[in-house]
Design a protein. Structure first.
Length: 236
């Protein structure tokens, strides 16, 4: 099986229990996320937003609740099913599409913002993905990405996740060498953003936010929060 197919089948399987706080997060938790995201888009609403690797729709739902027009793409049909159900629970209209973040079937210069959370680490060709995201962005459009410098120790941290971790290791161990950002390093990430044509790139650690989320036990699905998580912003 090729790498992409392995990834797709893992997330199809993983969708069974993966919700990552989309619906469960408290009002307070969701408001904290929205405040952070609103700041990143300079307080604007009514934007055309693309969430790539949406999973159960975490960012897609937040951006839709904030009054934006949201399209959300994922490789896994099972994840998309879950995301559709989550959007329905919140009475939100989001355009969900099956697709590959590295090869989008979407028009040039259409979106104001491309967002993604916990996707970069699992891309075989992140440069290609960045060029695709740049292609679908309007001039002056923004990328907002959230990802971490994951390490295997913390990945196996949670008891309740043991079964999933077994399958995770079985599927990802043979392919992790093909995933350049499997454990993301900010300097390298900054370089590939620049190589892909982004002028301004900022990468900041989400320390305070992670502390808040850890107290609420809502941000992290499969690891403890000692791994650095980064908030990455870039402009076309
Ligand atoms: C760790 S989950 C994150 C989901 C969601 N963004 C969140 O924060 O809860 C990674 C998601 O990326 C999706 N994915 C992986 N590779 C992809 C690709 N090449 N194109 C689109 N989606 C992809 C997986 O199917 C999975 O739903």
């Amino acid at each position: 099986m090729d790498t992409k197919k392995i990834i797709q089948s893992y997330w199809d399987y993983r969708s069974e229990s993966y919700n990552n706080g989309v619906i469960e997060n408290s009002e307070e938790g969701r408001n904290a996320w929205k405040a952070m995201l609103l700041k990143a888009v300079e307080g604007k609403k009514g934007l055309k937003v693309l969430d790539v690797g949406t999973g159960p729709g975490f960012l897609a739902l937040l951006f839709a609740e904030m009054g934006n027009e949201v399209t959300a793409v994922d490789l896994s049909n099972n994840m998309l099913e879950k995301a559709r159900r989550n959007a329905l629970k919140r009475s939100l209209k989001i355009d969900f599409l099956q697709g590959d973040a590295e090869n989008l079937q979407l028009p040039d210069a259409y979106f104001d913002v491309v967002v993604n959370k916990y996707l970069l680490w699992t891309l075989p060709d992140p440069r290609k993905a960045l060029m695709e995201w740049r292609r679908v962005l309007k001039d002056g459009g923004k990328i907002i990405a959230i990802d971490g410098e994951w390490n295997q120790q913390s990945l196996s941290g949670r008891k309740k996740e043991e079964n999933y971790m077994k399958i995770f290791r079985k599927q990802y161990e043979p392919i992790k060498k093909d995933l350049p950002l499997f454990s993301l390093k900010p300097e390298y990430l900054s370089k590939i953003f620049k190589d892909s044509g982004f002028g301004t790139v900022s990468i900041t650690r989400m320390e305070d936010f992670c502390k808040f989320e850890k107290e609420k036990d809502s941000l992290f699905d499969k690891h403890d929060s000692s791994d650095p998580i980064y908030f990455i912003k870039a402009e076309k």
